[in-house]
Design a protein around this ligand. Structure first.
Ligand code: HEC
Length: 278
């Protein structure tokens, strides 16, 4: 009986160690911002996690109810948010971790995070909320929600960092990545008035073999290209002399995984929209 008690205590101790570990979130366990933000003095996961043969890619997007990536927020509006991590080369990692925040110009928290999905949690450090992993997640897709701050808050910055890990329970043999901070501007009434402009929506995000390009009007003489984050341009195959109002299917199977801008050039000007190829 005593042996069982000792065994059980050991088991609890190991369990406790696992839950106390950094794999359960840098903010949750160590009260640390490691998103690469000014609050972290630029530090991110790469401070400790390195040495692995992975090339992690991180993307942090805010989506409206139509699954459109937004760069302009409506004050008080609740959006879905996603941190997408994937591996761009080298060996296959066993999982991914991340930490993300959205800050005002004075580095205080902008809005609120809520509703973390599987594998994600919201932790608070010094009144700033962080979305982060609960443990290494194999598919690297982390979902939560974000409610934009009240009117007059102004331009915000999205920060995120993450890692591809080998699952050895240590910071060795992993590889880290830091998002280039992205700005979110506040929507003003001027932005809403532009009804005659071409507006394009892309879904699904992330996309695999093809994307649907949804247009609010017919577009004549379209020229479509995909631009990678590295600036590489890929022409998209366009078989018609016009794109129809509504849904148009565009093949994306030839693109390697990563973040792209779809650029639509036509008689009516240039529009770009960001999307993620998985
Ligand atoms: C100051 C050093 C340090 C920093 C910074 C750090 N970690 Fe860690 N991390 C560790 C250590 C040590 C471990 C292993 C022991 C543990 O889990 O506490 C670990 C473990 C992990 C694991 C499990 C790794 C595996 O291979 O099993 C994940 C996932 C993880 N951290 C995510 C992150 C993320 C995401 C960040 C950045 C937002 C980060 N860590 C920043 C030290 C750090």
């Amino acid at each position: 009986m005593r042996n069982y008690t000792i065994l059980f205590s050991c088991f609890l101790a190991v369990l406790g160690f696992i839950f106390m570990s950094s794999s359960g979130g840098r903010a949750n366990i160590f009260n640390e911002d490691r998103t690469g933000s000014p609050l972290a003095s630029g530090q991110f996961c790469g401070q400790c996690h390195a040495g692995g043969n992975f090339s992690p890619i991180i993307e942090f997007v805010i989506l409206d109810s139509a699954q459109n990536v937004i760069f302009e927020y409506e004050p008080g509006q609740t959006y879905s948010a996603m941190v997408l991590m994937s591996n761009g080369g080298g060996s296959t990692p066993s999982g991914f971790g991340f930490q993300a925040s959205i800050l005002q110009a004075n580095n205080s928290m902008a809005g609120n995070f809520s509703n973390p999905g599987t594998g994600a949690q919201i932790s608070t450090v010094n009144q700033v909320e962080y979305a982060e992993q609960t443990g290494p997640k194999a598919n690297g897709i982390f979902e939560f929600e974000w409610t934009a701050p009240s009117a007059g808050t102004g331009t915000l910055t999205m920060y995120a960092a993450g890692n591809a890990v080998n699952g050895n329970g240590q910071s060795t043999g992993d590889a880290s990545v830091k998002l280039t901070p992205t700005t979110l501007t506040e929507k003003t009434s001027i932005g809403i008035a532009e009804t005659q402009e071409i507006s394009l929506r892309i879904f699904p995000i992330p996309a695999k073999e093809e994307i649907t390009l949804d247009l609010n009007q017919e577009v004549r003489n379209p020229q479509l290209s995909f631009i990678g984050l590295d600036g590489k341009v890929f022409e998209a195959p366009i078989l018609t002399s016009s794109l129809q109002k509504g849904a148009n299917q565009i093949q994306t199977g030839h693109l390697s995984s990563g973040v792209y801008f779809l650029k639509l050039q036509s008689d009516s000007g240039v529009q770009t929209q960001k999307f993620i190829k998985y």
